[in-house]
Design a protein around this ligand. Structure first.
Ligand code: GAR
Length: 222
């Protein structure tokens, strides 16, 4: 762990709205951390410009020509090593990392996933929730472990599925809550309130056997 302010590395592949929400929370002083670097696996990720506009260092790590996944992960590890992050936040990072890579950062890597895990791991969560006729949906901030979208969940947001929702309206409602819960969890990390121990998440010295839940169903997130 590095001396000085708690250092975050944020990994993105696209728009980066979660990254921006986290960066703004750091810059506003509402979480005692700084974003040391934003790394994208795509050169055209819109979030890169957003990070640069906030004065944050950015890097792009691409799949090396002719190299396999392990070559990519070596480059990514090198970029991370350079910035010595205390915590790595995956924020719309759409690449699956190998178990070997994940194990190296175990307890130091979080992800946000757009569903009430363990429901709807994987992609297209909003469409799948609508197709199933569910009345509730949400997002989960969880520690990253080798099994995809299966690590211990720290905090979930719960939203209502409204009659007439489309994938766009539902995902917008969920994303508005992501921008609240992800900075909150990273704030707990920076305050050293959240820890990884014995394969579980611990908050304020208590093992989280079930996720914390923030209920936005009546909060006007329509
Ligand atoms: C977020 O909604 C996040 O939950 C989702 O991608 C979006 C990225 O948006 N992540 C996944 O689907 C991970 N499998 P953003 O780039 O605007 O933060």
């Amino acid at each position: 762990m590095s001396a000085g302010p708690f250092r975050l590395a944020i990994l993105i592949s696209g728009r980066g709205s979660n990254m921006i929400a986290i960066a703004r929370a750091c810059l506003a002083g509402s979480i005692p951390a700084r974003v040391a670097v934003v790394i994208s696996d795509r050169a055209d990720a819109a979030g890169l410009a957003g990070a640069a506009a906030l004065g944050i260092e950015t890097a792009t790590v691409l799949q090396p020509q002719g190299g396999g996944g392990s070559a990519f992960e070596r480059s990514l590890a090198g970029a991370l090593q350079k910035h010595q992050p205390d915590m790595i936040a995956l924020a719309g990072f759409m690449r699956i990392l190998t178990g070997r890579f994940v194990d190296h950062y175990l307890g130091r890597m979080l992800n946000i996933h757009p569903s009430l895990l363990p429901a709807y791991r994987g992609l297209h969560t909003h469409a799948r929730v609508l197709a199933a006729g569910d009345t509730e949906h949400g997002a989960s901030v969880h520690f990253v472990t080798a099994e995809l979208d299966a690590g211990p969940v720290v905090l979930q947001s719960r939203v209502a599925v409204q009659p007439g929702d489309s994938e766009a309206t539902l995902s917008a409602r969920v994303q508005a809550t992501e921008h609240i819960i992800y900075p909150r969890v990273l704030g707990w990390c920076a305050q050293r309130r959240l820890a990884w121990r014995e394969g579980a998440a611990w908050l304020d010295g208590r093992r989280l056997d079930a996720p914390m839940v923030e209920d936005f169903r009546a909060a006007g997130h329509h």
